[in-house]
Write a protein that binds this ligand. Structure first.
Ligand code: G3P
Length: 214
């Protein structure tokens, strides 16, 4: 499973990337707003740091404007993947951009049929939002399971990119189900590295080493 960092903060991205396990980056308008930096500057820094797909979201909501914006974003760097919201206008824009060879990540997917439509429209990535479904007492990971099962019946190129991951169990379940990508905030990536017995074991090794004659 590929691991992306879900952030627009270059310091967070550098920290995660230094672990050597990051394959790409996803951003969204809320994450960009949190950085307080102009969008294109933030994207340039991210693309210089991570050699992998970097999702950048359009803000337009009508297909012609989404297509223009998508083309502009894609021209910024070879690794830019244009993020398009899963609305009817977004499907139209996905079809056009993907036919031009521009990678599209269809975002804000909350039910499997939306994912199937986005795959048909030529999306390279489908982003189901699991945490936000859990927030309203629906089972986000069950929805991902259904989407993966549907896609396995056919032959689409789209990769399932599990988004809105809030905890290590979301990540683990995504890997168990065979999702293609999990995009995680730095906090979750850091949690994934830890186990109390690892810390305890290391402390004991270091303490025991003090008893070795020097
Ligand atoms: O990048 C989109 C997604 O991961 C957002 O997560 O936690 O705001 O639902 P969250």
């Amino acid at each position: 499973m590929k691991i992306f960092i879900d952030s627009a903060d270059i310091e967070e991205i550098r920290e995660a990337n230094s672990l050597g396990v990051i394959d790409g980056v996803t951003t969204n308008p809320s994450l960009v707003a949190k950085t307080g930096r102009p969008f294109e500057q933030a994207l340039a820094d991210i693309c210089a740091e991570v050699d992998g797909p970097v999702s950048a979201e359009v803000l337009s909501t009508e297909a012609p404007a989404m297509i223009e914006e998508g083309r502009r974003l894609a021209a910024l760097h070879d690794n830019i993947v244009v993020k398009i919201p899963m609305i009817s206008e977004g499907l139209k824009a996905t079809r056009v951009l993907s036919s031009e060879g521009i990678g599209v990540n269809v975002t804000l997917i909350f039910q499997p049929a939306q994912g199937l439509l986005a795959a048909k429209a030529g999306a390279a990535y489908l982003s189901p939002f699991v945490g936000r479904l859990d927030d309203i007492s629906e089972d986000g990971m069950a929805m991902v399971g259904t989407l993966l099962q549907i896609l396995s019946n056919y032959d689409y190129d789209a990769e399932v990119l599990v988004a809105s991951i809030r905890n290590p169990l979301h990540f683990l379940e995504a890997a168990r189900m065979g999702a293609d990508v999990a995009t995680c905030p730095l906090s979750v990536i850091n949690q994934l590295t830890k186990h109390p017995l690892t810390d305890h074991g290391l402390a004991k090794f270091l303490a025991d080493w003090e008893k070795v004659p020097k």
